[in-house]
Design a binder for this molecule. Sequence first.
Ligand code: BGC
Length: 345
Amino acid sequence: MIINEKEVLNFNDKKIVSYNVSFENGFEFEILNLGGVITKIVTPDKDNNFENIVVGYDDIKSYIENPSYFGAIIGRTSGRIYNGKFILEGNEFDLAKNYNPHNGHGGNKGFNKKIWDVEVIKGDNKVDFKLTTKSFDMEESFPGNLDICVNFEVKKDFEINQTYTVKTDKTTLVNLTNHTYFNLSGDLKRPVTTHNMKLDSEYILEIDETCGVTGEKINVKDTPFDFRNLHNIGDRIDSDNYQIKLGNGYDHPFLLNNTREIYLEDDISKRCMTINTSQEVVVVYSMNFTDDCVLYNKKTNQKRFGICFETQAPPIGKNMSFIENSILKKDETYIQNTSYKFFIK
Ligand code: BGC
């Protein structure tokens, strides 16, 4: 395998470095110290064409703002915190309402905007990219000093295992995820509406007009959210279902059953992937909005050109519903993992 480390940008005296590993079999992975953004996962299609299967920007500068959070580590909390407020141990915390009227993805300067320390650990047919950083007490108005580690174990046999570890010195909220948008057509050839998905989930969490979680569950039976059997993603994405209309497509937390497995395939390239996770929820976001930045290979940024699987605890909804699932106390360790496995049908 070949490991490459390259300074790709210097802004405000901060060095943005990309770390790349490519294996003899063509599997390639690339990550930035900025936001832990995954810029490349290269896998073969049925004809052995090696292409990038994640969505990313053409210009590295676009990752500084990264309006769509492409590929990034999300924290302290993923998704929306209803009305940007919460109470912990009797103290009220008022957060940035960057997802009006809610707080979203960690606030104005979430973990996606941090420059992480990266350690590269070479193993047998694998490399670990160990990303660490700190978040200070009252940063983005959250209590507690955090030590955070996100380890990406990249294995030659087309596997990526992410392990998230966090410690705090005060009771706080922690709910991390990864915001990679997948597109198995390769190099963004087709929208993900052509892909099929299977998801072992019987319930989604209801969202309201503000896209915040209400605290209620909805059974997926007879709805566009039923992916218990393999189903095409585009088929029901514009259907006349109220929840679909509110999200402008899929933008909902799915409660995962015991298998906690998600499967995605592209029938044309025959690329497939499975996601396994320790997390209880996956927020499926079907790229229902775009930003103004150009995608790599100068592709126009278009709706539904990627799909995000945000494995996480449920977002904190109305009346602080589900807050318990995101609480981390002093002397406890937050440990979660999510793995991706890529293969051909
Ligand atoms: C959210 C979407 C949001 C997108 C980009 C997703 O994780 O669920 O509502 O539009 O991130 O910010």
